[in-house]
Design a protein around this ligand. Structure first.
Ligand code: SF4
Length: 645
């Protein structure tokens, strides 16, 4: 039986497990990327592993998220990341060089390689034929240290593209159509693999727009073949030597197949507040627009912005619309400046922002109250723009530019004849904002620059034979990671300062909890059903670890948080009999007398309630690999032990 394209890359990188959908596999990772919002912690974790040099083929640290410097914290984080990168063998993309996914595609992506990034839109790299996945910071740290990246072997979904896009219809409309059909849950547990004759009509940046928003499908990743068009793109980037041909076997078997005829597509828009609430622009009608934002890792390529410039040339932005444009990279920005397109944008009245995520991550350009904003971005969740009642529509650059001129949602096909954009034979190449790491011989003398905002990663130790600690907190059902570790703009700049963050741990449930932890030095949390649901943020495990939490005993866990606890070396335990939950009161003294042996053997865990004089059994929610990890004191220690460091 032949293999799909994704299966071929998985097979050539398989370190452990069986390639049967649903089983855990370990993959060798060739490249990593981080952005600054998640990167600081990823590098603190990497430092804590004690590995002197990254073991990947290429690791890159980008600064693109927290670029507003209204206090010292973000600048400190940037400087810290730059010094870590220099010392440990990581390339550093300076603020101003562009959005991580756009720059990675231009300057580092290689067909057939594996890439993980501490950012959910890392699958953008699938546009160039990489197996590129979003991951947690700790996963990225481990991959940099030479460890495997573990995923559940995905199912294979093939999307056949037939026909050719009509004028003014673009790649964004393709992925919006896929989202309309499959919904935001349609890709869960799957790799989306694009094929069919329509693929050869799409440039690499257009393919990357499609794989980028595969993240909104919930897919493990999305991927395009590497063909002559990929080769031309790499050649134009001066990297022809990085090209290899990649395609699925003719007899590859897919779990599902979907066909989309490009010729039948029309301009689309995802309506508030979900990327899968997709309608044709024509169906929505001529809605008045207050703001248009063009950019983000979805739609900020040279091709996209040249299309926008060709629409805006000689026109004026509607007086009731604020138009903001953020080029995806310095390469794109410079080329627009060199060929005059930038002047067309400025002259039409566009507000040009720096090459960064900007409004996509709520860093500026929040719409007016109840404002209608058309954005070429990938997410339109309520409040993400910074204005709670704003109505965000996700559209193509063509729809965005046309609407910016008319002041109402506009189908660009009404503009008349299209001016096609040719992909350049040579992109402008100047990597002067990418700082290479120090040579290995000089690296030991590089000083890590920690401002007051950068604190050490909490240390962990191997699991002892027994644990005795108080139940420092008892909470009910459906505790979210937001309860455990709140986010928000006041807290975000402190992602690299776990001691400071610890003051807010469980603050919405019990303000005294951090102080009780400090006084007792160690503790156990008792929870109800579905503990740790919500966002995957690993701070919800790292902060309790810092506060001395040794185990969490609950009725049931949300899957990702449970894995994050195990990664941190906190033992995730489930009551064997849920009724035992009722027998424990907050501040009861608990003892787990044989915990190490029980985890080693995978047997039930005995818990003694010394205060009440009762006992009960719990079950450790751990795979065999996770049991070894917890015994070592968490994923970092486990990786360090297994990498001989
Ligand atoms: Fe995330 Fe937006 Fe930045 Fe893309 S542009 S990496 S979606 S914040």
């Amino acid at each position: 039986m032949g293999l799909t394209l994704a299966q071929k890359i998985i097979q050539s990188h398989l370190l452990s497990g069986e390639m049967t959908a649903g089983s855990e596999i370990g993959l060798k990772i060739d490249q990593t990327l981080t952005q600054d919002a998640t990167g600081t912690v990823a590098y603190l974790e990497f430092e804590a592993m004690g590995v002197p040099r990254v073991k990947t083929e290429r690791s890159v640290a980008y600064i693109d998220h927290n670029t507003l410097q209204t206090g010292f914290e973000n600048a400190d984080d940037h400087r810290f990341i730059q010094s870590v990168a220099k010392k440990h063998g990581i390339y550093f993309s300076r603020p101003g060089n562009g959005i991580c996914h756009q720059v990675h595609l231009e300057r580092f992506g290689i067909p057939g390689k594996t890439l993980i990034g501490s950012d959910s839109h890392t699958p953008t790299g699938g546009g160039i034929g990489m197996l590129a996945m979003g991951a947690g910071g700790l996963d990225v740290a481990v991959a940099m240290g030479g460890g495997a990246y573990y995923i559940t072997m995905p199912k294979m979904l093939r999307i056949n593209l037939t026909g050719k896009l009509s004028p003014w219809v673009s790649a964004k409309d393709i992925i919006l159509e896929v989202l309309r059909i499959l919904t935001v849950k349609g890709g869960v547990g799957k790799v989306v693999e694009y094929g069919g004759e329509g693929v050869s009509t799409l440039s690499v940046p257009e393919r990357a727009t499609i794989t980028n928003m595969g993240a909104e499908l919930g897919a493990t990743t999305s991927i395009f073949p590497s063909d002559e068009i990929t080769k031309e793109f790499l050649k134009a980037q001066g990297r022809e030597q990085d090209w290899i041909e990649l395609k699925p076997d003719a007899d590859a078997v897919y779990d599902e197949v979907l066909t989309i005829n490009l010729s039948e597509l029309a301009p689309m828009a995802a309506c508030p507040h979900s990327p899968d609430k997709v309608k044709k622009v024509g169906e929505i009608g001529k809605m008045k627009v207050d703001q248009v934002c063009i950019g983000s890792c979805t739609n900020s390529s040279y091709r996209d912005l040249m299309r926008v410039a060709s629409i805006l040339k000689g026109k004026t932005v509607n007086p009731n619309v604020s138009l903001a444009i953020a080029p995806g990279s310095k390469q794109v920005y410079t080329m627009l400046a060199q060929n005059g397109a930038l002047a067309d944008l400025i002259s039409a009245g566009a507000r040009i922002l720096e090459c960064a995520c900007g409004p996509c991550i709520g860093m500026g350009q929040s719409p007016n109250t109840a404002g209608i904003s058309l954005r070429t971005f990938n997410r339109n969740f309520e409040g993400r723009s910074g204005t709670a009642d704003a109505q965000i529509y996700l559209v193509s650059p063509e729809t965005a530019a046309a609407s910016a001129i008319t002041g109402v949602l506009t189908d660009a096909r009404t503009l008349g004849k299209e001016n096609p954009v040719e992909m350049p034979a040579h992109f402008y190449i100047n990597d002067n904002l990418i700082v290479p790491p120090a040579d290995e011989s000089e690296a030991k003398d590089v000083e890590i620059l920690r401002g007051p905002n950068i604190k050490e990663f909490p240390a962990t130790a191997a699991l002892p034979q027994s644990i005795e600690a108080k139940a420092l907190l008892k909470v009910g059902d459906n505790i979210t990671t937001d309860h455990i570790m709140p986010a928000g703009s006041k807290i975000l700049p402190y992602r690299s300062n776990i001691p400071y963050l610890s003051n807010f741990c469980f603050g919405v449930c019990d303000k005294e909890f951090p102080e009780r932890c400090r006084q007792n030095g160690k503790g156990i949390i008792i929870g109800g059903a579905n503990y740790g649901q919500g966002s995957s943020r690993e701070h919800a495990a790292l902060v309790p670890l810092y506060l001395g939490i040794k185990a969490v005993i609950v009725k049931s866990f949300a899957r990702i948080h449970c894995a994050n606890l195990a990664n941190a070396g906190i033992i995730p335990l489930m009551f064997k009999n849920e009724k035992d939950y009722d027998t424990i009161d907050q501040m009861d003294e608990l003892e787990l007398p044989n915990i190490r042996t029980e985890i080693e053997n995978g047997t039930a865990v005995l818990v003694k309630n010394l205060t009440k004089g009762t006992t009960f059994e719990a079950e450790a929610v751990l795979s065999e690999r996770q049991r070894k990890m917890v015994l070592a004191g968490g994923l970092l220690n486990y990786t360090r032990e297994n990498s001989g460091k």
